[in-house]
Design a protein around this ligand. Structure first.
Ligand code: ZN
Length: 101
């Protein structure tokens, strides 16, 4: 019996998350919740003991949140632009879209 190649998932994850660079490299997947559980736990453990990475993680989340806010709300086309579009479509297609008041 040869157990030399035996490695638990946790041991693999600990090796994968060895230092700050590894945590930073995984932060995107960590935030998107796409890491395997063992790797996620290793990142969690590192964030608990490393103020630098914890601070980076916090600002990373802030950037993600700000970007999400920027995407919304969707601005409708201004009415005059919509009406010009409608007029152009009416002329072009011989249809009769009503103008917006
Ligand atoms: Zn760190």
């Amino acid at each position: 019996m040869n157990n030399n190649n035996f490695n638990s998932d946790n041991n693999d994850a600990r090796k994968e998350i060895a230092d700050c660079q590894d945590v930073i490299a995984h932060l995107g997947d960590y935030t998107d919740n796409e890491l395997p559980t063992a790797t996620r736990l290793a990142v969690d453990a590192h964030l608990d003991v490393c103020p630098e990475c914890a601070a980076f993680h916090a600002s990373y989340n802030h950037v993600i949140d700000s970007a999400a806010e920027l995407r919304e709300p969707e601005q409708p086309l201004p009415v005059d632009v919509q009406n010009r579009l409608r007029a152009a479509l009416n002329k072009r297609l011989g249809i009769n879209l009503a103008m917006i008041a």
